[in-house]
Design a protein around this ligand. Sequence first.
Ligand code: FRU
Length: 515
Amino acid sequence: MKKKVMLSLLAAMMATYSQAQTPTEAYRPAFHFTPEKNWTNDPNGLLYYEGEYHLFYQYNPFGDTWGHMSWGHAISKDLIHWEHLPLAIPEFDNPDGKSQTMIFSGSAVIDYGNKSQICPPGTKDCMVAIYTGHVHAKGEELEQHQNLAYSTDKGRTWTQYAKNPVLTLGTPSFRDPNVFWYEPQKKWVMSVVKPDIHTAMFYESKDLKSWTKTGEFGKQGDVSKIWECPALMEVPIDNEPGKKKWVLYISSGHPVEGFVGMQYFVGNYDGKTFTLDKGSPKPAKAGWGNVIDYGKDYYAAIEFNNLPKSQMKPITLGWALNWTYAKELPTSPFRGGMTLPREVSLKRTPEGLILIQKPYLELAKLKRTALESIKSVSLAKEEKDLNKATGDRLEIKAELLPEQAREIGLKLYKSGDEETIIRYVNGKVQLDRRKSGQVDFNPSFASVEEAPAKLKNGVVKLHIIVDASLVEVYINDGEAVITDHVFPTKKDGKVSLYTKEGKGSFKNVTVEKLD
Ligand code: FRU
C-alpha cells in the first residue's frame, strides 16, 4: 500500500516536472521556427519543391553561440509547422590539413531534369545549394568563395560538387550568393555582395557551374555598415494587375550599434544589373524610409525560390535577431530563430512605391480561440485591462483613433511593473520594451523602436502577433513592421488599452489565442 502511494506521488511529481518548463525554454516561440538546440542565424536556401518548403539555416551543431557554421535543415508543408531534419551541409577540413571551410549563407534551386549535370546521370531533378565557403585557419579569414552542393533525395543528403569553388575572386569578404532562375533569358542569376564596399554584384550562368559578371549596384542608401545577404526578387504592385517591379533586399546592420537592420531598393533588373527607380523611397534620415523592419530583431531575410505558380507574391523569411546582442539572448537550449513567413508586395503612395509585408499564415490551420472582442471603446487618459486577454500566444487586431489623445496604445505582458508598450504617438508607432521583463543582459536591449505610421481617416491599424519572446507588429496593413524580442518574467500578463493626455478611441479590437 505504502509503495503504491509512493509510486503515485512520484508519478504526480514527474507529471508536474515534465509540464513545468525551464524559464528559458518557456521563451521558445511555438509557431516561429527555432532549432531544437544550439545556435542559428540566417535562413538559407529557402526553396519549395514537390509539396515541401525547405528551410536551411546557419547553424552551429556544437554550441549556442556562433561557430562551426554549417547548414541545418527543416521542412514544412505550411511554412509554420516545421519538421527538423538532420544536418544538411557540415563544415569541413580542407585537404591542405591546415584550414577549414565553414558553410556560410546562400540559396538553393531546383535544376529540373538535371540539365547542368551536377547530380549524377539519371537524376530526375537536381537540388543545388549555392553557398559561400568561408575558408579560415587559426581564426583568420583567408578567402570567401561560392560553392555548390547537390542532393538527389529532396535535400535529405548532400554531396559537395567536385570542382568547387565555382566563383572566386581569391579574396576574403565576398559572400551570400542568392540565385534564382531568370526565365526571360533562360539563365541563372546570382546576386552576391562585397560587404565592405557596400556593393551587390550580379552574375549569370547557364549551368550554375560557370559564372560571368554582368553588373553591380551599391554605395547607395545606408552605407554606414557592411552589406550582407542580398536578395533580388520581382514583386507585384497591389491593385495594378500584371504590374511588377524588382526589389533588392540588403542586410546592413552587422555588427555596429545603432544599426538599420535591413533596407530595400525598388527598381529594375534588365538581365544584367539592378537600377534604382527614381521614385524609390529614400531614407529621409539614416534608417528611415526604405527600412524593411523597424524592430531590432529582423535580419538576413531572403525569399523562397521556386514557389508554386499560383503564389504571385514572394514569400520571405528573416532571422529574428541581430548581431548586437544575439550571443547574450536569454534562451536555452536554442539561440536564434526565424520570423513568420511574410508575403510581400508593393504599393503606390505619394512617396513612391513602398514595400508591403503581411504575415503569411494562410496555409497553416492555426487554431484560434477568441479571448476578447470590442467593437468600440473611448478612453480619456485611462487604462482598460482586457482581463480575458492573457497568455503568450496571441493575435491582436486593433484600430487606434488618437482623436485628442497625445498618445494611444496597447500594453502586452502587463504584470506588476512589467509591460511591453505598443503605442501611436505623433506620426509614429513605437514598441517600448524598456520595462518588458529581462532587459539587462545587454546594454542596448532596453530600447524603444519606432516606425513611421500615417493616420488614415484618423485611424492607425495594428496587427500584432505575440509568440512567447517574439512580437511582430504589422502597421497599417503591412506598410511598416516592427519585430522585437521581449522576455517577460511572467507569461500570463494581461493586454490593456490606454490613452494619455486626452480622449482617444479603439475600434474593432480582437484578441485571439493562437495554438
Ligand atoms: C549575415 C552573415 C552572412 C554570413 C553569415 C555567417 O548574418 O554575416 O553575411 O554568410 O552571417 O554566419
